[in-house]
Write a protein that binds this ligand. Structure first.
Ligand code: SF4
Ligand code: SF4
Length: 189
């Protein structure tokens, strides 16, 4: 009897769910449901306002990445082809997105806002290599829609949330010898 009741309850739940609206989004995504402002998927490397590759090869993103999936090969300092000013460069940059946890720390730590996350996912592939983002691929992603965060914006937000340091107390004024308290009669006893 119990088994029949359980089977009936299960069938009833299944039947009810057949007529409910779908809450999930099928892939590939066709824009059916608005994505949140901070939705982030893939990555891009970008150029700065002078038209140079913004990455200076400082390796800070590589060092902070908890998944250790970023490899940056610095290219040394060289004159910018656009301004002539010497600046750091990156010779190679690889981000293996297979193990990315989307923490955004690489974006937050970048001093040049050179690496950004995208709101557009990579096309699903059949091999692991399909999700290894080379430097070429990362610059090809530059025109795609970016996510909310940049390094400057994320650091600014973090600093705004920090409590202000308490003002230092003014140094206590030394009492004049005549005003000094008389020694306690118990002192030295
Ligand atoms: S992306 Fe940013 S943090 Fe990473 S190496 Fe380039 S400049 Fe440095
Ligand atoms: S978002 Fe991905 S690549 Fe960037 S620091 Fe986090 S794990 Fe590393």
């Amino acid at each position: 009897m119990n088994a029949l009741l359980t089977a009936w309850a299960a069938l009833r739940v299944t039947g009810l769910n057949l007529f409910r609206a779908m809450n999930t989004e099928p892939l590939p995504w066709h824009g059916g449901r608005a994505r949140p402002e901070r939705f982030r998927t893939s990555f891009a490397l970008v150029h700065n306002e002078d038209g140079d590759e913004a990455c200076i090869g400082c390796k800070m993103c590589e060092k902070i990445c908890p998944s250790q999936i970023i490899t940056v090969v610095p290219g040394g300092r060289a004159p910018s082809p656009n301004t002539g000013k010497p600046r750091g460069t990156a010779k190679d940059f690889v981000l293996d997105m297979n193990a990315c946890i989307h923490c955004e720390l690489c974006v937050q730590v970048c001093p040049e806002d050179a690496i950004l996350m995208l709101r557009v996912p990579e096309t699903p592939g059949y091999t692991r290599e399909d999700l290894v983002l080379t430097m070429d691929k990362l610059y090809k992603n530059e025109p795609l829609e970016k996510s909310w965060g940049t390094g400057a914006r994320l650091v600014g937000m973090q600093e705004a949330g920090q409590p202000k340091p308490a003002p230092k107390p003014a140094p206590a004024a030394k009492a004049a010898p005549s005003e000094a308290a008389p020694p306690s009669p118990e002192a030295g006893s």
